[in-house]
Each structure stands twice: as C-alpha cells, then as structure tokens.
Design a protein around this ligand. Structure first.
Ligand SMILES: Nc1ncnc2c1ncn2[C@@H]1O[C@H](COP(=O)(O)OP(=O)(O)OP(=O)(O)O)[C@@H](O)[C@H]1O
Ligand SMILES: [Mg+2]
Length: 351
C-alpha cells in the first residue's frame, strides 16, 4: 500500500500543508524544528490511532488554534481511500473513513499499516524488559487489533489485584477474596503470554534470516521468556506460593507484566556483549522483520517511516535497507541527503 497525499490542518507547526508522496522512497529534508518528525507522527496517528511522541492528543493542535485535522489519501489493493482524524473546536474527536463518521479510534486501525524506525528503537535491544514488551505489544496491536482487549483485560485485573493486596496488608481477613481474582488473572495472563510468545517465534525466525544477511553472518536468537512456567497449573501454583511476598510488596510479582524477551547474538546476551552498531543493526533487523510479517499476514506492504536513523547507519546497512525496501513506500527524514538516488525529495523551509 502507499500514501498519495497528506493534508495537515492546524496540526503542530503546520497551519495548512499538503504533501504529495511517491510510491517508492521519499526523503523529507529540513533543518531542526522544520516539522519532519511531526509529519511522520501524523501518518502514525492515522495508522495506529495514537502518537509516538505523546499520550495527550490535544498537544497536536497548533498553539494558536483550537482544532486540527490530518487527512490521508492512500491506495491499497482494495482501492483508494481517505482517512481523517482531528479535533473540532469543542474538543470532540472527529474520525472519518471515506467521508463517513466512525465513532471509535479502534475502527481507524487496520487501514494504514506502518513500521516506524527511530533512534529510540535501540532501547528494544539495550533497554529494560518493559521496553521490549511494549515493542511486542505494539507489533501485535497493529497485526491483530483485538489484542487491545486482551491487554486491557489483563492489566485491569492486575490493577485491581494490586489494590486488593494493599488492602489485605491493612486488613488480613480480606485475604480469602484473592482466590477468585487469581482464577481470572491467570486465565487472562496465559492468553497474553501465549499470544506474545507465538508472535516472538515468528519474529525470531524472520529476524534470524534478515540479520544474518544484514550483518554478514551473525546468528540472532530471540526468545519470549515466561516467568510463570509453561502451563496454567504451574502459573497458579506460583501465584499461590508468592502470596505472602505479593502482600508484603503490595504488588503482583508473577505474570506476563514481568516477562522479558531474550535477545542473543552468536549465543551471547546482546545487552552485555554487543557494540552500539550491532545493537542498532539488531533493531533494524527487527523492524525489517515486522515489515515482512505484515506482508505475509495482511497481504499489504506497510509504509516504512524512518526518523533520523539514516545518518547513523554505515553505507553497507543503508545499501541493504535500500535494496530490501523495493516495492515498499518509505518516508525518510534527514537534515541532509546521505545517499544519492532517484528519490522524491521534499524540502521543508529553507535548507
Ligand atoms: N502544537 C504545536 N503547535 C505549534 N508548534 C508545535 C506544536 N507542537 C510542536 N511544535 C513545533 O514543531 C516544531 C517541529 O518539530 P519536529 O520535531 O517535527 O522537528 P524536526 O524537523 O523533526 O526537527 P529535528 O531535525 O530537530 O528532529 C518544533 O519547533 C515544535 O516546537
Ligand atoms: Mg525530528
């Protein structure tokens, strides 16, 4: 699929702006603060129903205005469509597909597929377990929008259980009420972990192949690490055994909210044993794998959004990306052109 045109109205630093894109490689050039990342954010917004920069969508409204909208005209195998997202003057969300109002952000999902690659993605490799879980969750949310209900259900019960644990510390007689929560939480938890784990298996085999080519032979292994055994019985046993500890901490210490994704390079943990460049290459392999998984499962090529990453990659890596994004619309931001080619160059402001 590809985006033909983007219209930005009172969105961030753009009052009114129309951008036409090519189906191949597009490079957005501009000085700092020209609005390059904002443009990628606007595409991400219509793709995922959220921003990658903020959780408060009213920050997207231009400082001098009270409303905004982003409109995208795109082409998929099923035909051309128009998606639009904005806030009206009274602060109400307005979401439209082909001019028809749709009530919920969730119905916007599944129209525009995107993979975003930014310097922050290095944290998938070198960051904490939460950052890795988020990466997997975001990938699953795009691939299977219903996953949002699996996540919500688990985290809602987790929050309630944690509140209860704090109350039990004050009033021990409440302890017997934990049982019914634990039935539920383990049921939702095992579903979450198995969805993540199945996705990580697919990701692992795709990424191993891509990374081998990208790095000239390194062996990449990725594993989803469950912290509660491999079935509901071991999960329930561990929950029971940890009750005293959980009450003492006021926190649930077992469950998929504590899981991690192990990343190994030639058998060694990448967090402690790999260079910055190797870590960046792994992050790139993961993103390229996500593209391939969407192509396989959805039957459409996602749009590849690259923010500020080109300048940090060496010529071999850049060359590999360019060879492997054939037939995929890419939108790349940069302060200056780092690779020369027959690209659609979009210049923002005076550069
Ligand atoms: N709601 C808003 N209203 C007006 N301006 C805004 C709003 N939100 C952000 N901006 C401004 O938009 C400008 C462009 O930001 P953006 O991050 O897109 O720049 P950039 O071209 O990616 O820069 P860099 O090369 O430094 O990454 C910033 O100066 C920022 O202050
Ligand atoms: Mg930027």
């Amino acid at each position: 699929m590809y985006i033909k045109e983007i219209e930005l109205n009172n969105y961030r630093n753009f009052k009114h702006f129309i951008l036409n894109l090519d189906m191949g490689i597009n490079i957005i050039l501009g000085k700092n603060a020209a609005g390059k990342t904002n443009i990628l954010e606007s595409i991400y917004l219509l793709s995922r129903g959220k921003s990658f920069r903020t959780s408060r969508l009213n920050e997207l409204i231009n400082h001098e205005e009270n409303n905004f909208f982003v409109g995208i005209r795109a082409l998929r195998k099923s035909g051309e469509f128009l998606a639009r997202f904005g806030y009206s003057d009274d602060g109400k969300k307005q979401i439209k597909i082909n001019g028809m109002d749709i009530g919920k952000i969730s119905e916007l999902l599944g129209n525009i597929y995107t993979i975003l690659f930014t310097p922050e993605d290095l944290y998938i490799v070198k960051g904490n377990p939460e950052q890795r879980r988020n990466f997997i969750d975001e990938a699953l949310l795009q691939l299977r929008p219903n996953y949002t209900y699996d996540l919500m259900r688990y985290y809602r019960v987790l929050k309630q259980r944690n509140n209860l644990l704090k109350n039990i510390a004050k009033k021990p007689s409440l302890r017997y009420t934990l049982n019914s929560w634990d039935e539920q939480i383990t049921e939702y938890g095992i579903k979450l972990a198995s969805m993540r784990s199945r996705f990580v298996d697919i990701l692992a085999s795709t990424a191993a192949e891509i990374h081998k080519n990208l790095s000239g032979g390194e062996k990449l292994d990725i594993k989803y690490m469950v912290n509660f055994g491999n079935n509901i019985d071991s999960y329930r046993d561990l929950m029971r055994e940890s009750i005293d500890r959980d009450i003492a901490y006021g926190l649930t210490t077992i469950g998929p909210h504590r899981d991690d994704i192990k990343i190994l390079l030639d058998g060694r943990n990448v967090k402690s044993f790999s260079s910055q460049g190797q870590q960046r290459t792994i992050a790139l392999s993961l993103k390229l794998s996500e593209i391939r998984i969407i192509q396989d499962e959805i039957g459409e090529s996602p749009i590849f959004l690259l923010d500020d990453v080109f300048s940090e990659l060496d010529d071999d890596r850049k060359g590999y990306i360019l060879e492997n994004i054939n037939g995929i619309q890419s939108i790349i931001t940069a302060n200056e052109v780092h690779v020369h080619g027959d690209w659609n160059a979009i210049k923002l402001g005076v550069i």
